[in-house]
Design a protein around this ligand. Sequence first.
Ligand code: GLA
Length: 695
Amino acid sequence: MPITVKEPYFILETERTQYVFGIDQAGRERHLHWGKKCLPEDFFIPEYEDENSNHSAQDEAQQEYTAFGGTVYRECALKARFSDGCRETDLAYRDFRLDGDTLEVTLQDRHYPLAVTLCYRVTPGCDILTRWVKLQNSGTAPITLEKICSAELSLPGEQPYAIHNTNGAWGGEGLPAVQTLTSGALTFESRRGTSGHNHAPYLLASRRAGEASGEVFFAALAYSGNFKAEATRDLFGRTRLLLGLNDFDFSYTLKGGETFETPPVFCGTTPGFGEMSRQMHRFVREHVLPRAFAKKPLPVLYNSWEATGFDVSCENQMRLADLAAAAGVELFVMDDGWFGARRNDRAGLGDWFVNREKFPQGLAPLIAHVNALGMDFGLWVEPEMVNADSDLFRAHPDWTYHYDTRKAHELRHQRVLNLTREDVRAYLFERLDSLLSDYNIRYIKWDMNRPFSETGAENLENPQMLWYLHTQAVYELVDRLRAKHPDVQFESCASGGGRADLGALLHFDEVWPSDNTDAVDRMTIQRAYSLLHPVKTMRAWVTDVGGPNKPTSLAFRFQIAMQGALGLGGDLTKYSEADLQLCRENIALYKEIRPLVQFGDLYRLADPDADEYLCTQYVDEEKRKSVVFLAARGTRFYKKRMAVRFDGLAPEKRYALCWEGENVVKSGAYLMEVGLPLRIRGADFNRIVRIQAAE
Ligand code: GLA
């Protein structure tokens, strides 16, 4: 049984881990264990007494969900304000409901009609626990929720943990940041409206951990808006993680009879980061991603942005489509510039009507051309935005977030539409629905290119709800469009990876992790993305982008982009015949190894930053097929001579591979323990090695 209830104990078991909590004599929920499995009958609930007048028993107990109130002074998971002015919550265990793999434990405020239901789901076959919370107001007066976490997690032991989050920016998304938390708190958050480029809505906590060793605890919030992820360590050395909606400039009015349900947190503990990633990749593919395309391989796409910019025309897109199709591309995506008066970034956003100067007969001729070439057609949109220079803004100047007394700060000459308004949502749905109904569009790249400002929303009784409601509105719009157009894939983009999170992956099929398509930078960015997100969902383009690391060879760029969902974004009209031939060969190879890359188990054998080269391996479920990518920009001091030790193979199976021009047959044990010798030399070293179990 994955979940056993022996009151007062609740025992949750995944494949290899156990999570236990209980109810103490005061009716308070108490955290007891998270880690390897123990015998259920061994658990007990320690009772504490106040140590002295400054150190309360209540503050010492490890809880499942700390509410602000009483003599608890640690950071709390919930803060509520009641209509009579009381700002404390006092919860006591009420009851539980066990429904298959889902456990709901309800706590009730001792005086007010607020019920807090802690929800836990154990997914069979995985080592992932899902947690979320439901808050219900069964009275008539509103309750104001001032802080709402999805989960509070207590980590075992007293030794400090290294806490991992990101310290990123546009063009450098997801760059890992690690700090040892010895005392106090570490907070990672977004206040921008999206999850943003800087920090990520997850926390990893590790001790002595590497890819295949040590202790790793992870918790990821599936939410694309303002989030807060806090790690705290107390006087006794106990580390806690709190993840939820950001309480900055936030409150939520829970009216009588209403229920609020938080976004989920996916969490687990594994011996090393490699197993964490493999667990999460499998879980997200099988239980998080929208079902329509979760099990289907994502197509090789071409995107026109870096080739034609805003300057799209029917002719230049057809020309690119011809070349893309000849190279083996399966989906042709026209990016920005096709609508309204869009000639540059100063005008047109909001006017989701085809620009008739650029496309006199609409998009039909282009789409027919693309389809005749055997490709699907996709389109870029940025629905949440408006340029002041647009028909939409001229007709509805009040449709943006704004304060009449404040200057509207524009970024990239655009403002944010107030998606908490029903009429704004109706307009966007009608426009996108018409485009999808009028044209054979099979792919939408949903972009979002600036953070919020002047967040006035006079339509809301409580405007501090807008942060949450906006994110929900995006999810709901995408879900409604998907329901009506089930054959359309959706990509989440926000100036690159500003919305590259697990919340997005509940509604979108894939994300654009960064506008930075430089292959050398991408080694680091893609590695970071792969920590918790399946590489299937990671769009990766081969482009012509310049930059300090340039130029890298086309083969090198392919080798990096083929480690995700391959795309092309260069100006194919400038490619030589030899370049186009290389595109053809690599795309053909990618299609062969795509099942392994998109659905296989990922092993990170070398870290491009620490080891100066990148080595990733993908293995199928039966351990019969594998592919290894090796890449190094260059080597220093002639020093890169090593043995590549593989992973994920069956020790007893024999495998055949071609290694540096030689055909080799070795056991899995040998390949994993001894490895094969390699000398990396020269610029842009890159190899793609296929491994196959010998019969
Ligand atoms: C953002 C996206 C790019 C591209 C442009 C178009 O920057 O991240 O991929 O779509 O917008 O304006």
